[in-house]
Write a protein that binds this ligand. Structure first.
Ligand SMILES: Cc1cc2nc3c(=O)[nH]c(=O)nc-3n(C[C@H](O)[C@H](O)[C@H](O)COP(=O)(O)OP(=O)(O)OC[C@H]3O[C@@H](n4cnc5c(N)ncnc54)[C@H](O)[C@@H]3O)c2cc1C
Length: 368
C-alpha cells in the first residue's frame, strides 16, 4: 500500500500554498475578518481557481489533499469557499439540470459568484422530519414560506439553495439573493471562524420558477448532509494541523528554566499525542476519500467515522495547543486560540458527533 501523494497531488499542494502566500492573498485573508468579506472571498476563490481548486470534482483523489491544504491555512476561507463551490456547487452539479448547471456553475468556480445552502431549521432534524419550509404551487412556480437557521455565506451569496417540502416531497429551490420575499437577518457573531459570514433567513412568499427547483426524493436531505459532512471533516483536519503547528513552534521558541519548553517531557508527550491525533485524522480523511472514489459499500460509514473522529480530535489538539501556549495563548489573535474556538463548530455542525455515532451504530446493526 502506497501512502505517498502522487506527483499531481504534490504539485497542487505546492501551487495552493504559493497562491495563498502572496501579498494579495494575505491582504484578502486579512479582509475576511473585516467588512470586505465578499470581495475577499471572491478574490481568494479566483486565485485558487488558477490552480483548479474550486472546480475539483467530489470523485477526484486530489480533492482531499487540496482541501486539507487550504483548510490548514485558513479554516474560515475554506468553509466559505467550500460551502459555495462544493456544498452548494456539488448539489447543483450532481442533482441539478443541465440548464441549472450552465446558469450557475461557471461563475461559482471562477470566483465571480458565491453560493449558500439553507437547509437546517430550528426544532427540525431534517433527517427525521420534513422541512417546515414549504413550497406551494402558485402562478409562475412555487411559493416558498418558512425560516432557516444560521447559514454560511448567506450575507454574501448570489444564490441560495433552499431545502423545502414541496407538493411531491423534499425539494431544493435555487433562489437568487435579490429575489423578492427572501429576507436575510443580520450577520451573526459566532464563537469562532471569525472570517465566516453567517445569517439566518426568512422566506416570505418567495416565488421560485419551476425550472429552478430540484426534486430531492426522500433520501435527498441526507445526501446533501453528506456533502456538508465531507467538507466539515476536512475543515476539522485543517484546524487540528493549524493548532498543532502553532504549539510546536511555540514549544521550540519559548524558554522556561533556561531551555525550550519542548525539552520538558510533559510538553514533548503532549505534542507527540497531538501529532498522533492529527496523523490518524489525516489517514481517515484520505481513506474516506479513497473509499468514496472506489464506490465501496463502507464509504458512507467511513465518512461518518471520519467526521466524528476528526472533529473530536481537533477539539483535543486545539485544547492542548492552548495549554502549551500558556498565557500567550489566552490572548486573542493567535492560531491556537482561534483553533480552540473554531474546533467547537465542527462537532456540532452537519451530522453532530452524537447523531454520527448513532448512524454508525445503526449501520453496524444492519451489517453484522
Ligand atoms: C455558525 C453556523 C453555521 C451554519 N451554517 C449552516 C449552513 O450553511 N447550512 C445549513 O443548512 N445549516 C447550517 N447550520 C446549521 C447546523 O448544521 C446545525 O446547527 C446542526 O446541523 C445541528 O442542528 P441543530 O442546531 O438544530 O441542533 P439539534 O439537532 O437541536 O441538536 C442539539 C444537540 O442535541 C443532539 N441531538 C439532536 N438530536 C439527537 C438525537 N436524535 N439523538 C442524540 N442526540 C441528538 C445533537 O447532537 C446536539 O448535541 C449552521 C449552524 C451554525 C451554528
Amino acid at each position: 500500500m502506497n501512502f505517498d501523494l502522487t506527483d499531481r497531488q504534490k504539485e497542487m499542494k505546492k501551487a495552493l500554498e504559493g497562491l495563498l502566500a502572496d501579498d494579495g492573498a494575505k491582504a484578502d485573508l486579512a479582509d475576511l475578518r473585516g467588512q470586505r468579506v465578499r470581495p475577499a472571498l471572491l478574490g481568494l476563490t479566483g486565485r485558487l481557481a488558477g490552480a483548479g481548486y474550486p472546480g475539483l470534482s467530489a470523485g477526484d483523489p486530489a480533492l482531499t489533499v487540496a482541501q486539507e491544504t487550504v483548510a490548514s491555512l485558513c479554516p474560515s476561507l475554506f468553509l466559505g469557499l467550500e460551502y459555495s463551490a462544493r456544498v452548494f456547487g456539488r448539489l447543483v452539479e450532481e442533482l441539478g439540470s443541465a440548464a441549472q448547471k450552465q446558469a450557475i456553475l461557471p461563475a461559482l468556480t471562477a470566483g465571480r459568484a458565491i453560493g449558500a445552502l439553507a437547509m437546517a431549521e430550528q426544532n427540525t432534524s431534517l433527517e427525521k422530519n420534513a422541512s417546515q419550509t414549504t413550497a406551494t404551487p402558485a402562478a409562475g412556480g412555487l411559493l416558498l414560506r418558512g425560516r432557516k437557521g444560521p447559514t454560511i455565506n448567506a450575507p454574501l451569496a448570489d444564490w441560495l439553495a433552499v431545502v423545502a417540502t414541496g407538493p411531491d416531497g423534499p425539494l431544493c429551490c435555487l433562489v437568487p439573493a435579490d429575489a423578492p420575499g427572501l429576507n436575510l437577518g443580520p450577520r451573526l457573531a459566532t464563537v469562532g471562524l471569525d472570517g465566516l459570514a453567517v445569517a439566518e433567513l426568512e422566506l416570505d412568499g418567495c416565488l421560485v420558477p419551476g425550472e429552478m427547483t430540484i426534486p430531492l426524493g426522500a433520501a435527498g436531505p441526507a445526501t446533501i448532509r453528506a456533502f456538508e459532512d465531507q467538507v466539515l471533516a476536512v475543515a476539522a483536519l485543517g484546524v487540528a494541523w493549524r493548532a498543532y503547528h502553532a504549539a510546536r513552534l511555540r514549544a521550540k521558541e519559548h524558554k522556561s528554566g533556561g531551555k525550550p519548553i519542548i525539552a520538558y517531557q510533559e510538553i514533548g508527550f503532549k505534542l507527540a499525542e497531538m501529532l498522533t491525533y492529527v496523523q490518524s485524522s489525516q489517514l481517515l480523511a484520505y481513506r474516506a476519500a479513497w473509499l468514496r472514489e472506489a464506490g465501496d459499500r463502507e464509504a458512507a460509514v467511513t465518512a461518518l467515522s471520519a467526521k466524528v473522529y476528526i472533529a473530536e480530535s481537533a477539539e483535543k489538539v486545539a485544547s492542548e495547543a492552548m495549554q502549551i501556549m500558556g498565557g500567550a495563548g489566552f490572548i486573542r489573535g493567535n492560531a491556537a486560540e482561534e483553533s480552540y474556538r473554531d474546533a467547537k463548530f465542527l462537532g456540532l455542525a452537519g451530522t453532530s458527533n452524537e447523531i454520527g455515532r448513532m448512524k454508525i451504530a445503526d449501520t453496524l446493526l444492519d451489517w453484522y
